[in-house]
Design a protein around this ligand. Sequence first.
Ligand code: ADP
Ligand code: MG
Length: 679
Amino acid sequence: MATGIDFGTTNSVVAQWTGDDVEVLSLDSDHLDSDWLYPSFENLFPTIVGESSLRLGTLFGWEAKLRSNRVIEACKRMLKDDGGIQLRDRRISATAVAAGVFQAMRDRAENNLLTSIDSAVITVPANARGGARYRTRAAARAAGIQVKALLNEPTAAAISYMHDMEEDGRIMVFDWGGGTIDVTVLEHVDGVFEELASRGITQLGGIEVDKRLRNLIFRKVGRSMSLSVGEERELDLAVERTKIRLSVEEAVLTKIPGSSKLIEVTRDELENEIADLVEQALQPARMCLNDLGMDPDAIDGVLMIGGTSQMPCVRHAVERFMNDETVPADICHPMTAVARGAAIAAAIFDNELDSSLVVSSMYALGTGITDPKTNKKTFSTIIKQHSPLPISEEKKYAPIDDNRTSLSVSVWEADPEKPLEDKENFQLTTLQLKYPRPLPAKDATFTLRYTYTQDGLLHVRATLDKTNMVVLDQEITNFTHGNTLTLAEIQRQMTALEGVPRTASAPQPSQSAVGQSGSIFHSSPEASPTKTFIVDGSNIAWGGGDIRRGDLPSFARLLDAVDALKAEFPGATADVIVDAALAHQITHLESEALKDAMRSGLVTQVPAGTNGKADRMVATLASRKKAVVVTNDSFKELQAEFPWLLDGDRVLGATNPGGVWLFLPRTPIRSKRPDVNGR
Ligand code: ADP
Ligand code: MG
């Protein structure tokens, strides 16, 4: 079914085209408490991942918001340069967290509503850069959702409105959500939406309003409060609820956690408290009009989008500034318009709806070139700004000197009017063009072709003009800013997310904690959540390979094994030991990942010069920590020194038959040599 997903920083919303109208799904209303049942809240799926000491497994949506002790919020923000999120003893990528949210929505749709989400149009902020777009797509893909197109949020809101109103015109979308405010001016002519200007403030949202209200309540209590972690979370929720109620009520009583105190706050008081924030929120609107040299009356309609736009004082401020009424919420709903627009777009792309729609690129795409006269780097446009997608364009280039064997091609999203180093210009990545042999510059000219799809993929291809030989042919899957993972890697991390261990103090039957981990591996009965493993990293990275045969170790293989181990033994900790040589034997890309893993403490390197292999350190550490060794080595040489190696339950053999990791207790092979006591 044609589906649209508004993947929000705070809340996500899913809508589907039913054949003649859009239905916004109530994915998770079962978990919505009655005191959070505000209009359209049953349509929201909080973009939150959490865990609770009282519940098994990872929590998503309303359960995560209302019943967690620990939460990961705003993973969407981190998609721009995914540096990872610390989740207990491991780091997990924001992309995998986002994928977990997509998966949870997909599961809810299937289980609660008997509908499926196999493909979708997914919305992204108008100003989202290549990396964030790519990772949003990857997260949805990892959750089994085929991405039909990435659509900018303001365009989606405008589509929803235009679908109902069927008008051409110039629209301002004022989107004030949980974390940011974004204002976009677009023009709609016959199904073509062009974003004319877009401005925003990233740290100004409902969270800031909550902080002010919290301060106000604190002042009213009149003394400092000391709250437990649980009470803090309770107060956060109470404050947010008070704020939401004040959008429709004149005064609200807030209960202070841990006491019987009720504090009254009036709407007037809250409005006074945030007057400067509301004034700041008008700034992006002012800048958009300024960019376009337009007066407010050049705008035909103002759409109020996002939760914070529901505050009456915000609507009034925008109406005063624009000197006009805004579109009422019953025509364009602040919480659901973006998802509705995405679903309508999906229906148009599926030919279920007879209408036309063009998705366009937000920035120009091109490459950085050196001007031979000034020797300065400038931007050379290949795909123009606001081009309809998909699009494929090319341009010819020449190296400035003779006899090069390779050339770096930098790929930029930029504004051709601005100097390359402008902070709004953004380098996506650098690719290497390889010549077959050193060529004189005149024979080394090439055509660079960029192909950009509706779902946010950019393909770069270079062909030598003289011979038509393809010298670069690559889809951009790696970005200058942050990590980008393969689909398999994201999916593996998702398994880990499903198996988030419970807090140690949790009243939990260990057996069911293991069974509920969501891991694809069956846990052995002796698995205990407190197991400690020492992983013989180099041995597993080599995987039985032999340097004399030209084999090389793989760090990815090792990470894979560690993830599988943790998935099989939820709650276990793993220390990974590698020898110093490994860093030099793996590829350059992998050595970056190894450095990351060392920084995060997952992997420890045996200092160079310490006895070649890492066996001794593994055994020593396992001895001290009374841990289980995970390896494929026999450890025969060390049995005399560490007799517990022969106990039968202290060594797990790691093998990977048919792509599945198995960890099986190793029957110790006794060393034939007499041990130190001569027995
Ligand atoms: P995002 O686009 O960031 O995912 P939303 O548009 O869903 O966010 O807005 C969420 C924010 O809006 C939260 O801070 C929430 O408290 C606030 N919010 C939701 N409804 C209301 C309301 N009726 N009045 C005031 N604030 C609201
Ligand atoms: Mg939003």
